[in-house]
Write a new protein. Structure first.
Length: 559
């Protein structure tokens, strides 16, 4: 049996081989070169040796994505299929094509793996926060009034709420009024106005608040009227001056009242009006606390003519008097006397502002007169004919004396002294000058002067009676003179007299204008003109000869 099986199996194999050879032969072409008995092998498989990724690291912003590319080696690898995987899909996900999507801030590793051979490559992915710019900022207040010394905390609203950078910076336009710290808390330092500004990380977005700092409330504790007694002439006005305590009280409103409006009226601003002669009490009262203070107001009518301490006076204006001669004509003054600047009559103080006409006319016994502070003016002939008068003292308040008549004539011993603080008068080389109307006048030189008198350079005007009955030999006139009043040089001046002039052109000479056709009775009054010599610069004699004033003098000589 065993033998039969072997013979049958071998015969089967031979038969199958024979059938195969017969069926394939017509379909296969001849293979030249014989090869493997003239036959052909199946296709060759190329194995994967490695893989790489287009980027080894990748940075993405939340929500962003990027596709990675895998390169399989060798290029002719049979199976190039790969798979992708993320180490943290909640941070960065990856699909089967290698597209990486950033999910949230963090780090992940993307790995690619080949299907053939499980070769791998990796890319480190970093996901960064998405930047959201501030689009709007607002403060809880656009205007704020705050009391000095107090503080306030601002509240800031930013949009959108998820802005990335919420950094804020604060500033005050005036740190002397309001300061602000880094959190937006302000402190009121001093009364005034300022602007506080907050700026965001987005330079285009900011907000401001206008701030007014008001004083802290300080209660009134009292009030005082500065003058307890006020003397007011009929028809005149005066303001009530008062002081509220403390000085920094918040509410300084007051009211005024008079207990006799027929004598004194007072308005809401505290201005008093003298209605009629008499006395009234004026009260000022604070609104805060109701504190009050009073003063007595004496309304003064005309005093007429009065005598105080041996001097006689009459009305000269509101609370002002003029010193007048004894109305009876009996009293003459002598020796050294002082005229008071202020006198009190029936409890009311008056200022002695004026020395009247002929006040001391021909008082031969008078040796000096001091005018007190308050005297403002002296009238005509007030000191004329006081042959023994040696000094008159001008106070700082004296502004003027009569310009058109003699005031100090026929006083051969007189000199004038002036208070250094007087803004109108001054003495130079014993000559008296006056600054007024923007000009400088020569007003008077002593009759006792001798020799040469040079007028101060810069003097613009000769006043009437300025050079009168003097004993000088020479008068030097500066080129600054441009106006000469009539009777500037006259009546008893010593002759011969030389006048020295220095103008060099006809235009300068002609600056001295005339107001009268015949100058002799008005400018060289009572003077023998033939004994007056005019000294002028060389080559200018003709200019002076043609002039209405200098040509009227005795002779003109060039020097």
């Amino acid at each position: 049996m065993k033998r039969l099986f072997r013979t049958s199996f071998a015969a089967l194999i031979a038969a199958l081989f024979s059938i195969t050879m017969i069926s394939c032969k017509p379909d296969e072409p001849d293979t030249p070169g014989g090869g493997n008995g003239g036959g052909q092998t199946g296709p060759t498989t190329v194995a994967v040796t490695g893989v790489s990724i287009s980027k080894s690291s990748l940075s993405l912003i939340e929500g962003g994505s990027e596709t990675l590319t895998a390169t399989v080696s060798p290029d002719n690898a049979t199976n190039k299929s790969v798979s992708w995987k993320s180490s943290a899909t909640d941070i960065a996900s990856v699909d089967r094509s290698g597209k990486v999507t950033a999910v949230k801030v963090g780090s992940a590793t993307i790995t690619v793996t080949t299907s053939d051979g499980s070769k791998t490559a990796a890319c480190a992915v970093t996901v960064m926060a998405k930047t959201v710019e501030v689009s709007d900022v607002a403060l809880d207040k656009a205007e704020l009034e705050i009391i000095k010394g107090e503080s306030y905390q601002f509240t800031v609203t930013l949009k959108p709420e998820d802005a990335t950078d919420k950094t804020l910076s604060w500033s005050s336009s005036d740190n002397n009024v309001v300061t602000v710290d880094g959190s937006g808390k302000i402190t009121a330092v001093e009364t005034g106005k300022t602007t506080v500004t907050v700026k965001t990380s987005n330079s285009a977005q900011s907000a401001s608040c206008e701030i007014t700092v008001i004083p802290a409330t300080v209660s009134v504790t009292g009030i005082n009227i500065d003058n307890w007694v006020i003397n007011l002439p009929v028809g005149e006005t005066e303001a009530v001056r008062y002081t509220i305590h403390p000085e920094d009280a918040t509410d300084t409103e007051v009211t005024f009242s008079s207990d006799n409006t027929g004598v004194v009226a007072v308005d809401s601003d505290g201005t008093l009006v003298g209605v009629s002669a008499g006395t009234a009490t004026v009260t000022v009262t604070t609104k805060d606390g109701g504190f009050s203070s009073v003063c007595t107001v004496n309304v003064i009518g005309s005093v007429g003519t009065i005598e105080v301490d041996g001097f006689f006076y009459k009305d000269y204006g509101p609370l002002a008097l003029a010193l007048i001669p004894d109305p009876s004509g009996q009293k003459a003054y002598s020796g050294d006397i002082t005229i008071p600047g202020k006198v009190t009559y029936k409890g009311v103080e008056y200022t002695v502002e004026n020395i009247s006409d002929r006040m001391f006319f021909c008082n031969d016994g008078l040796t000096s007169v001091t005018l007190g502070e308050g005297v403002r003016n002296i009238d005509a002939y007030a000191f004329t004919g006081c042959e023994n008068l040696e000094k008159v003292f001008f106070p700082s308040t004296l502004e003027d004396y009569n310009r058109y008549n003699e005031v100090f004539a026929n006083c051969p011993k007189l000199e004038i002294e002036v208070d250094p603080s007087n803004e109108f008068f001054f003495v130079k080389d014993k000559g008296l000058y006056q600054n007024i109307w923007g000009k400088k006048f020569l007003r008077w030189i002593p009759e006792k002067l001798t020799g040469t008198f040079a007028v101060v350079d810069g003097t613009t005007d000769f006043a009437s009676y300025s050079v009168y009955q003097t004993s000088i030999d020479k008068l030097v006139i500066p080129t600054s003179i441009n106006f000469i009043y009539e009777r500037f040089l006259c009546n008893g001046c010593k002759t011969p007299l030389e006048i020295v002039l220095s103008w060099t052109t006809i235009a300068e000479v002609n600056r001295i204008e005339k107001y009268y056709d015949d100058p002799s009775p008005f400018y060289l009054y009572g003077l023998d003109r033939s004994k007056v010599t005019v000294s002028v610069p060389a080559g200018t004699k003709a200019f002076y000869q043609a002039h209405w004033l200098w040509g009227a003098c005795g002779k003109i000589v060039e020097r």
